[in-house]
Design a protein around this ligand. Sequence first.
Ligand SMILES: *Cc1c(COP(=O)(O)O)cnc(C)c1O
Length: 393
Amino acid sequence: MNNKPITEFMSLEEFEKIKKFTKGKETPFLVINIEKIEKNYEELVKNLPYAKIYYAVKANPHPEVIKLLDKKGSNFDIATIYELDQLLDAGISPDRISYGNTIKKEKDIAYAYSKGIRLFATDSKSDLQKLSKNAPGSKVFFRILCETSGSDWPLSRKFGAHQDLIYKLILECKNLNLEPYGLSFHVGSQQRDIGQWDNAISQCKYLFDAVKKEGIKLKMINLGGGLPSRYIHHTLDVELYANEITRYLKEDFEGNGNGFPEIIIEPGRSLVGDAGVIISEIIMISKKSHMNQYKWVYLDIGKFGGLIETIDESIKYPIFTEKEKPHEKTKEIILAGPTCDSMDTLYENYKYSLPEDIKEGERVYILSTGAYTQTYSSTYFNGIPPLKVYILE
Ligand SMILES: *Cc1c(COP(=O)(O)O)cnc(C)c1O
């Protein structure tokens, strides 16, 4: 369906295993292959051996995903106290958890602090004061605003602050009983331009030096997320990203003989993205008029069922059919979801292709849907229940 064989995305054995496991299960649903997450985790550790991994829980908080990463020794980055509770209930100790959201209620900071959280992200004076009052003595890292062009899912200007402001906030920590611990950034999710890490790391270097003159020694850089998963348009391998990032760090931080500061990385998408497959059924195939060139194909999952990242056709998932063979005759189509909201069209500008003889009732396999899908699925919009999840056995 993508002019690329499925073997570019998963082995035929895995595809067969998934088909067999899911046979007879009512669509739509997500299947997660935990083994793939384990492999991705191990690969990241191998390529960035000096980095401490803080998994971005929001990418996929399924209990089995958390259990695996706990077992592998990962740390965790949370966005809310609800994610915190989930991790604490799973027996993960608070010293392995960072509170990475810069937007926090005072009472949530106090709650996290009472549960033992001592590492917080911040990017504003307001939040810093809340932290000072409710999480005294904690380590804080400051999020710098950074360029997210080149990413398929940019986090834009919402997070982070300009380095001049960050500089001032760092100095203010002296009077606030907080430890200015380090800096963080996020270059945008599914970032295709590795050079964005270079820019961000250079900004960190600049700030490390600037505050040092004021007697403050920062100790940590948090490289954020942004490492890619495998969608239709391939990116470079994570290994190459890692090698480049290491080179940038060496350029900026080893030159003065001090070695690297503590390095944290917060992968989400790159660990879990390619570990998920959504299986959906074609509800209807139709044309708007006899003369229209393209058929509309309506699936039983759409934007509100978990495919929110198809907004602006940002993330282009590899999609395959049950019987897809190489060299099969295909036709370009428009792909849409099932709900009564016209926003629920998946791909119209970018044309996917389906086998010419595809029928209503057949299944499609939406690959690389392990990140940012299930938790985005709505609760009962049009009466449709949230997306079901199965762990591949
Ligand atoms: C979402 C998020 C991540 C994960 O980003 P990916 O691009 O999915 O790896 C990391 N850090 C923070 C602070 C985030 O908000």
